[in-house]
Design a protein around this ligand. Sequence first.
Ligand code: SF4
Ligand code: SF4
Ligand code: FES
Length: 754
Amino acid sequence: MSAAVPQTDPASHAELVTLSIDGVEVRVPKGTLLVEAAKTIHTDIPVYCYHEKLGPAGLCRICLVEIDGMPKLQIACNTVVADGMKVHTRNPRVDDGRRAILEFFLLNHPLDCPICDKGGECDLQDYAMAWGSGSSRMIDPKTSKPKAVDLGPTIVLDEERCIVCQRCVRFDQIITREESLRTEDRAVQTIIATATGKPYVSDFTGNVTELCPVGALTSKTYRFRSRPWDNHRTTTSCTQCSVGCRMHVDERGNTVLRTMSVPEDDALSDSWLCDRGRYNVGFVNDERRLTMPLLKQDGAWVQIDWADALDLWAEKIKAALAAGGPERIGAIGGGRLLNEEALLAAHLHRALGVENLDHRIGTQTLVHHGSFANHVDLENANTIITLGRPPSQLAPVLDLRIRKAVSRNGARLISAGDYAADSFVPETHVTTPAGLKDAIGANPGRVAMIWDGVFFEGGPELTAAMHDLPAATRVDRYVLPETPNGRGAEALGMIPRGAGLGTGAMFAAARDGKLDVLSILGANPVLRYPDRALAEDGLRATPFVVVTDLFLTETAEFANLVLPVCSAFEKSGTTTDLAGDVLPVVGSVRPPDGVLADGDLLVELAERLGVTLPMPDELEAKVRELVKTPPADGAVPAYVRATAAAPGGALRVIADAAIFTGGGTLAFDTAIRELHARPHARINPATARALALADGDPVNVAGDNGTTLYDLVVRVDERVAEGAVALLDGVVRAPLNALGRAPAVRLEKVPVTA
Ligand code: SF4
Ligand code: SF4
Ligand code: FES
């Protein structure tokens, strides 16, 4: 090899070093680990404990390599490259070393491959085939340990199969910072357990099943369902929230079996998935899926065929136009549709003169505030300010970026207002303008502000400190949409313009007899609109309500016509993430017979109404153009979250969010029922003392509108303001919106009977 001349990597400006790996010259930035340097020439050095997102641990020794001049074999995962280094990843000495290491791993490993879920994608199986001796020299019986240990709601642990690489433990320490897993006992008896002895509960548990190099950790939803070679894999974007993580979908026999992370997806998911994206797939094949249009006649559902259903919808729209004009028509939804479908919905209605369009069904204001800062930008912030409901529950994988920015890059995390960020890293929670100003300090560096997009009283005063930032401060703004494609739907026109009405105003107009046709496209406002009574009154009073959905949701129950539509696993197009990126959605399974995509039925409807829609090739360009256009003026409804003190001993309500809430895909996924959020009432310790309530007590929540929510669990939490109670929004059996907008409530302890 010629003498190495130090050079600089043009991309990273890092100094380059030159070494040889198996006789091939390699130039990599200084500081690179040998295991990574080898990848640049497509040489895979076997690893168990090492993972590129977790770093080296030096626990397993399977990555042995020979380096000229070093007397012993070295571990490639924790050896940094050096100029002139000569490395051998395959030679008889290295192979012998690996064979010896493998023999130790297999001493007590059960002969499980034929019944192990990891079979076919197991690193122990693969390396044993490559370097194993084929027979055992052990004469003592293997050490046996418990199998099928229930580690928590999602994961089963086979203790015998564990090779104690500790990837799972380190994921929980380094990535989520939750530290709920640990090793217990010693030597051959070492096992993985939870630190508290309680079930392993986290919103990211599924990642450890992928990190586990063997079949020790398996997912309850996938165990014993398929072999990897029988699966057909598609790569798509998760549409369960606005992060849009890249993910693989494994399907067999037209059934979605599992979703897997995409290791190369550094830009969005950083190669992780949250458990909602990973496990919420069972709804696709749920037998309650709608498969025929349903028409309500005399209070009962009657199946009709598609042509009649679409004719009826078109007739009702024509009649409304003829009788009263476009202002007597409205459409709600789009945030759960593909970009192309939201664009078609907006285009079709606007072509008819309809301006009553809104994708928002909750409390959200505009999503697009002119920022295109992306997920990686967030990781590079020095000061992160969260405002509103915690990102951990609205955009879970984005929250892992916050944890990374704080724990690895030293960013400061400040949460302002009613909510703590709850990111498992140190944070400063402030509730006053002075507190925020102090927390930001004089040198905030690069700032990222993450907001749930809900206006609240006192918000402008609280955030005034943002206006005092040094002039050169870079501020990246992130608004978390209330629906996965909220940003796309808004950009593509599902937003009221001019005299158009927003969702709340549409319901009010409908209640007052001013709407004839209301089309609700993949949305469930009866569960999510802040004033459920108004939503229900509006729907009841509208002569013709069409709902497109997979299931008979709370909203569909109020419809005259329900149209069964595809899930995101059954159609292709694009979605827009919270950063304004247009992401591909690729269908992986066929929809059930009789089910159409929202986009298909909008095309059929347009034909019946004589509206010309953009052609498919025009659609894509239009979507990209509109999503990248700065926001137009929209009618911003005065959604205000009440913060005034509730009267006479009552508590004001703070709306809590949880990723495992909702009335659609989640409520109809029985395989993950254990993950459904249990409704809680979070109160301050002082409030708890005053009401003689303790953590875990069951309570009923009595609203000032006469509605009571039953059997919630008290959570005592000092981060909740005194005189307030935080209640989960979007829980089917205890819907917060049934209490009305800005309710004052009383907590009533449920007597425990013997
Ligand atoms: S359970 Fe799997 S990931 Fe965890 S230490 Fe054991 S082998 Fe490693
Ligand atoms: S963070 Fe959002 S997009 Fe990513 S896996 Fe979870 S639900 Fe899906
Ligand atoms: S991968 Fe190198 S020691 Fe485990």
